[in-house]
Design a protein around this ligand. Structure first.
Ligand SMILES: [Zn+2]
Length: 374
């Protein structure tokens, strides 16, 4: 996503993204400054959205700081602005220091950003082209660019951030799932960590066959591991070993958070963001584990693939994630889709075949969600 680029959103979409008069005044100024700066207004607004929690954080509500200007990991310089328009000017000027160094069109507004000269004096001045380039410069969060990109696609999709506005949930069909929920007496590889919820999914590879794993979890592996679902990569058959919403039954405790995706390992990528926000305890509690059977290099048949996207779409829809946001989950402010190795870096799981297919899996999952949510 190149910052200095033509807008792909209509002014109507930009305006519809915010609701109160203060935020609307901010958006108007961003729109007005677009021909002046040349920066895509949806990117500027998306950055504001990430930085202010859609205009909800005190930095914005109390002092109109649009994007953490003068707020570093170490301290907050406490800058404030008097109008939303001045805040928009400051943000765009600050951005210009990174993107252009000096942007002639913005010369009248340079005084709005008390930190402009500071950036201009660094080697970062004029080095930023895309939103990903901002990570490590404007913000320390390595996922900063991705977060902005998620918001940009929402603005361009014309979807307001309140999920449920125009979409309906609960209509994505549940794929056929064989109930193989394992009783407590056969498997105790789980903890009571409170109410289970589905805030995302974790893809795994089984390193065995679906029914072989079924036997393992209720036999030798009863104290070692447990996951929620297994998918046969050839036939597409789905087995359920544990309920991701914590439903119990005869001989089955409620809220069994299985020894599935967590553990002591190092996190990376989206896994790091997840743990930072919800804590390590949430990995096994708040994420449904999906194990695709056979080995890291084993191909996945069409039936196996269908089962993956159908189950993922059903879970995401049950969690009321709008298809327009997927794989972003607006309820958590985090991604919905994870790999096991994003929580346990020392494991290659789910391996090359699943990892290479993930972008397509996400896209196809999204299309199923769209079909039923629209
Ligand atoms: Zn795994």
């Amino acid at each position: 996503l190149v910052i200095k680029a033509p807008s792909l959103a209509t002014e109507q979409q930009l305006r519809a993204f915010v609701s109160n008069s203060r935020d609307k005044a901010y958006v108007e100024e961003v729109i007005r400054l677009y021909p002046v700066s040349g920066y895509s207004p949806e990117i500027v607004i998306a950055q504001w959205d990430v930085e202010t929690g859609h205009g909800s954080e005190p930095e914005w509500t109390a002092r109109l700081n649009p994007a953490g200007i003068g707020v570093t990991d170490a301290r907050d310089f406490g800058y404030s602005w008097t109008t939303p328009a001045a805040a928009a000017q400051a943000q765009i000027v600050h951005l210009s220091a990174y993107v252009d160094g000096y942007n002639y069109g913005l010369r009248k507004y340079l005084g709005q950003d008390p930190r402009y000269l500071l950036v201009l004096g660094t080697d970062w001045a004029g080095t930023v082209s895309t939103v990903d380039d901002l990570a490590g410069k404007w913000a320390t969060d390595p996922d900063y660019g991705q977060k902005i990109a998620d918001r940009v696609s929402r603005i361009r999709g014309g979807v307001t951030p309140q999920p449920g506005g125009k979409l309906s949930f609960g209509n994505v069909p549940r794929p056929h799932i064989v109930d193989r929920v394992i009783p407590d007496s056969r498997n105790w590889a789980w903890d009571r960590l409170g109410q289970r919820m589905v805030k995302g999914v974790v893809y795994h590879r089984q390193l065995g066959t679906n029914w072989g794993t079924d036997a393992w979890f209720r036999g030798g592996g009863g104290g070692i591991g447990l996951t929620d679902y297994g998918i046969d990569s050839k036939s597409g058959e789905i087995l359920k070993w544990n309920d991701p919403w914590g439903k119990g039954g005869p001989g089955v405790s409620t809220n069994r958070s299985p020894y599935a995706s967590g553990g002591p390992g190092g996190t990376s990528g989206d896994g790091t963001a997840f743990v930072k926000k919800l804590g390590r305890i949430a990995i096994n509690r708040d994420l449904a584990s999906i194990e695709i059977d056979r080995w890291y290099e084993s191909p996945i048949s069409e039936d196996g693939y269908s089962a993956i996207i159908l189950l993922s779409a059903h879970l995401a829809d049950s969690a009321m994630v709008p298809w327009t946001d997927y794989p972003y989950n607006p309820h958590t402010g985090l991604n919905f889709v994870y790999w096991h190795n994003e929580f346990q870096g020392e494991k290659p799981c789910p391996g090359k075949v699943v990892m290479d297919a993930t972008a397509q899996i996400i896209e196809d999952t999204k299309q199923i969600m769209k079909k039923y949510q629209e």
